[in-house]
Design a protein around this ligand. Structure first.
Ligand SMILES: Cc1cc2nc3c(=O)[nH]c(=O)nc-3n(C[C@H](O)[C@H](O)[C@H](O)COP(=O)(O)OP(=O)(O)OC[C@H]3O[C@@H](n4cnc5c(N)ncnc54)[C@H](O)[C@@H]3O)c2cc1C
Ligand SMILES: NC(=O)c1ccc[n+]([C@@H]2O[C@H](COP(=O)([O-])OP(=O)(O)OC[C@H]3O[C@@H](n4cnc5c(N)ncnc54)[C@H](O)[C@@H]3O)[C@@H](O)[C@H]2O)c1
Length: 448
């Protein structure tokens, strides 16, 4: 006998928690299944512990800057165990607050994996069954595992948060968000880092800013090997050598991080049997309203083919609950403008089209305004690395279709500019605005 609900949600990560809580607030009786801890990737194995580590690395970098500008500093060593405890306590606190909120909302939480047995019914291995007219797949994604000899000698991003101590020599394979972020932050924490990249870095970002970031990473002592396809790892844990297609060998490393993308958790949960359409990578295909091709089944977050970012999963979940339970038939989220930041050192932020994408789409109508500057504090400290800001515009009115920022503060300053771009922004609006001086943000207003 199945227990009946108004909505069932598979997955208590960013997307699943949002849709479940919002649907409940709007009056639905909701069941939420997840075999793992509450919060999913972002809270437990992603954004949150990563950002805490980024802050620690940033503090270490500021300490080096402090010495450069005249502070009497003594060597500063991170008590890794204490830092890990504090970070993990913070995360446990987030999970605790989620649990309290779910309980207060009377959401029926089942700490088990579920699979679809019919379009309106899910079941667990232990034999529990539940049914609802609306079932939301929010099962997220997991790190991609490569089929190459010795893969098990390396770790995945899930594992890096559990390290007892930072390795002295670390290889990172992959040049996407995770590869670049961990290269920078582990270097900041004192590791020797080699970044081995199949093609080039951050291929979705503006080439000019990525190259400027690469210059700074090199200046910080990160070795970047491009066009390097790793074919095998050998040795033993703590002593690993990597082999590449051209016969070159890299190492010996104390640790290897495979950061080669993520795959959706869409297998083995009954989707094939029900005929739910997926793309070649396994992402569940959804329309603008998060509907799958099967009535009553929806998907949000990393398990879909949308951009794999927490705010995207959250926005999708919110809109879906508003539509299914809140009665807003047109509710969907606008995914045309999605800002994002790579938490590198310094951070790299982007919203809208890159120069390359704009040229491909608008040809000669594109104009680009780029500024390079050395941040004030770096100048004082005698550093000469440059930050870069870029506006990508189209047409005679110079409508802004892309904003790209690299440098200290980029992570915080981008949000307001992204909102302006979303609302419709011309270059003349920026030129007419009064700047805040001296800041990094004003560089975007002062472009020629
Ligand atoms: C290292 C790292 C750093 C990141 N940093 C950022 C960042 O700075 N900013 C940002 O925006 N994004 C970041 N991301 C991406 C972000 O974490 C994801 O986009 C986001 O967590 C996706 O949320 P989700 O709800 O789709 O999936 P998840 O958070 O992965 O949640 C899915 C949940 O489903 C559960 N589940 C799986 N199978 C089943 C089943 N059969 N039944 C029930 N439950 C199931 C899982 O246990 C999991 O809890 C980062 C990711 C990583 C890995
Ligand atoms: N700051 C943030 O917002 C943030 C941070 C981390 C992750 N994320 C999200 O999580 C996603 C996953 O991050 P990621 O860095 O794992 O993926 P990614 O897609 O950003 O990068 C994957 C990298 O692995 C390489 N790669 C893929 N297959 C390979 C192979 N077989 N051999 C060698 N290299 C290979 C790719 O060329 C690429 O450089 C991101 O795309 C992003 O959406 C966001």
């Amino acid at each position: 006998m199945s227990e009946r609900f108004d909505m069932i949600v598979l997955g208590a990560g960013s997307g699943g928690l949002t849709v479940a809580q919002r649907a409940s607030r709007l009056g639905a009786r909701v069941a939420l299944f997840d075999p793992d801890v509450l919060g999913g990737t972002c809270v437990n194995r992603g954004c949150v512990p990563k950002k805490a580590m980024w802050f620690a690395a940033h503090i270490a970098d500021m300490h080096r800057l402090a010495a450069d500008i005249g502070f009497q500093t003594s060597p500063m060593a991170l008590d890794w165990a204490r830092f890990r405890t504090l970070r993990d306590q913070y995360i446990a606190g987030i999970r605790h607050r989620y649990a309290m909120r779910l309980e207060a909302a009377d959401i029926h939480v089942v700490e088990q994996a579920a699979r679809l047995v019919r379009a309106d019914t899910v079941a667990t291995e232990s034999g529990l069954q539940a049914c609802a007219p609306h079932i939301v797949i929010a099962t997220g994604s997991r790190p991609r595992q490569l089929e190459l000899p010795g893969f098990e000698l390396g770790m995945l991003s899930d594992d890096i948060f559990a390290l007892d101590a930072p390795p002295q020599r670390l290889a990172i394979v992959g040049g996407g968000y995770i590869g670049v972020e961990f290269a920078c932050l582990m270097r900041g924490l004192g590791c020797e880092v080699d970044l081995l990249v199949r093609e080039s870095l951050l291929t979705d970002f503006d080439l000019e800013l990525v190259e400027a970031l690469a210059v700074q990473m090199l200046a910080h002592g990160i070795r970047i090997m491009r066009n390097t396809q790793i074919t095998a790892a050998r040795g033993q844990p703590g002593k690993v050598t990597l082999e590449a297609t051209d016969g070159a060998e890299y190492g010996i490393y104390d640790a290897v991080l495979w950061a080669t993308g993520r795959v959706p958790n869409s297998g083995g949960i009954g989707l094939e049997e029900l005929g739910v359409e997926r793309d070649g990578h396994g992402h569940v295909l959804v329309d603008a309203f998060q509907n799958t091709n099967v009535a009553g089944l929806y998907a949000v977050g990393d398990v879909t083919d949308r951009k794999a970012l927490t705010p995207v999963a959250v926005a999708a979940g919110r809109a879906l609950a508003d539509r299914l339970i809140g009665g807003h038939a047109d509710a969907k989220f606008d995914d045309s403008v999605i800002p994002s930041v790579v938490f590198s050192e310094p951070p790299l932020g982007a919203v809208g089209l890159t120069e390359q994408q704009a040229h491909a789409r608008y040809g000669d109508a594109v104009s680009v305004h780029t500024g390079r500057y050395t941040p004030l504090l770096w100048m004082v400290a005698g550093r000469s690395e440059q930050s870069v800001v870029k506006l990508v515009c189209i047409g005679d009115e110079r409508k802004v279709v892309g904003i790209h920022v690299l440098g200290p503060g980029s992570d915080e300053l981008l949000q307001g500019f992204a909102l302006a771009l979303q609302k419709g922004l011309n270059w003349s609006d920026l030129k007419a605005a009064i700047a805040i001086h001296p800041t990094a943000a004003e560089e975007l207003l002062l472009l020629h």
